[in-house]
Write a protein that binds this ligand. Sequence first.
Ligand code: PRX
Length: 630
Amino acid sequence: MKKIESLAEYYQDYQESIDHPESFWEDKASSFQWMSKWSKVLNWEFDSPKVEWFVGGKLNITENCLDRHLEIRPNQVAILWEPNDPKEKVVKITYKELHIRVSIFANVLKNHGAKKGDRICLYMPMVPELAIATLACARIGAIHSVVFAGFSAKALADRINDASCNILLTSDGSYRGSKQLCLKAIADKALESCSSITSCIVLKRTGEKISMKPKRDFWWKEEISKVTSLCKAQKMDSEDPLFILYTSGSTGKPKGVQHHCGGYMVYAEYSFRNVFQYNQNDIYWCTADIGWITGHTYIIYGPLLAGATTLMFEGVPTFPDAGRFWEICDKHQVNIFYTAPTAIRALQACGNEFPEKYDLSSLKTLGSVGEPINEEAWHWYNKYIGREKCSIVDTWWQTETGGILISPLSNITKTKPTYATLPLPGIQPCIVDLNGDELLGNNVQGNLCIKFPWPSMIRTIYGDHERCKNVYFSNYPGKYFTGDGCKRDHDGFYRITGRVDDVINVSGHRLGTAEVENGINEHPLVIENAVVGFPHDIKGQGIYAYIILDKNSLSENELTEQILETVVKEIGSIAKPDKIQFVRGLPKTRSGKIMRRILRKVAEGDTSTLGDTSTLLDPSVVEGIIKNSK
Ligand code: PRX
């Protein structure tokens, strides 16, 4: 696939993609290997919604990630794996080896009865086998559902049950910096309430003692010794599901965002090549976890479709010290580095001496994703990591969009700190006001929508199409609503200002306030609670919980501890509130609605502009909340 090489070409392609979207995408799709060609490029309407790309086309994404590279680059490293412990050996897997290992594991899955359309859950550390198993699912047409290995047993069980997965892939344990986590014990707990799982295949990583349930649990190593390395790729329709990935919304339980084979494939490679301006032989590193969409699209699919070398890191940025990222960049001569603002801020706080120790001259593109990047972090990234010679791409997108929609193209688009800048070709963003009217021209601010389909957009929510319609396509009929606020400045550049719904973004992890509230409510002494986000220096947003308790004799400290434990058990440690305030009441309107605006203001420490509180059911609760705020 040819990439855009100049700003003029970008504008030309952009215009072309608006004027003739079908021929534009048909041209991009033609660079892939299809088993049979599509009969129509696009069918769409946003009311149901129903979106189909490359209608009737048949393919397997793994043939495009693996088989088609075999002749040209069999011995090029596809996955370069850096372990948690820098003393452990790096693993290099070539395209040829990856093809074999994916085929072998695909046969293991088949041996366990997996077939096209089945859902397979992966709950694993960041080891090469996670990428291999993900691709193995795709090879046989099973739908992978990767669950971040920081989620609790309860959260894992909910996700397995929602999708009725029949196989679980996990490991004995995982290493995260100096910590070791026994994943299998968590999986065992989850499986107590997951009757759909018939096989659990366990990779040995830490060697810790675990229990193996006869006839249900199998060792990875033994299973791969039973099969051959030949596995024909399953023929998939362009609109067959490729994967489900759970993400939080403003209400209810997490939703299984569903992506489909053809369109996702085309957009993953297209966006990867263009945003990062990938050149052959570049070493590319995305620090995300495969448990999130960034890992799916920009560790596995995008880079492998492009025939790149993708670096995968098992550990954390601060182990053994805060120079780890930079040490890895130096050691592997990384050219393209993609991380999250929260990591940048955390490392910035550790001091400049860490990056200064390393040779970072191989870097040419630096990426940011997951949350708005503040100006200070942007400048530090530019100066201390990019040494003022790299292009910074602030990439805006979402689990639902499948790939990057608004971003500079490295070294092509002018960058501007805190701005995601311009839409990629094929992407038609619009800003709407609260009435849903599109705000035309520049210097406008409102809610961000997309008014035309793109190939990797969400197709449905697994098992709940109605929810997909309500959440994304009902607020502004005829448009996809992102849930983000946005500004378009005098240059026509986009700046994402953050969520406008009840979703909070903690260290780039998306959490619904309702989800955290439900977790807190599981504590027997909690009567009611309300959760809001507040600005946090490192995490971007922190979690502030206001809690009403039943009468009790425990101390506040004891209760705080217990409530934190409850949240960890219900969701995982990423959802632990940073601040807990016990309150007598919550500010409610007479109709019983919690006035979150007031709670947000208090959490932000700004009580000067609370607005009119006289219409509240009990205005006096606000005084108490302000007085005891944390
Ligand atoms: O609020 C936006 C924020 O992250 C949300 C999507 O979260 P998730 O689905 O978990 O995907 C994260 C990785 C793609 C968005 O609605 N967000 C993501 N990237 C940016 C961002 N906010 C500002 N700038 C970004 N570059």
